[in-house]
Design a protein around this ligand. Sequence first.
Ligand SMILES: [Zn+2]
Length: 60
Amino acid sequence: MTTTSTADDRAKLLQALAGSPCHNCEDGVLVRQSYKGNRSIVCDECGLPQIQLLAMPRVE
Ligand SMILES: [Zn+2]
């Protein structure tokens, strides 16, 4: 059994968060959007990214 979060899990997380109210402003709603090349979810009002899916850092 693996406990590693997969990209698919994170995609589902974004999907679940989409449409939620923004934590930073009153009227904002979170929408899925690409942010600096990463899948993320941002507020459609204030534009602040709520979550950012970064590529896993490479362990050398
Ligand atoms: Zn906002």
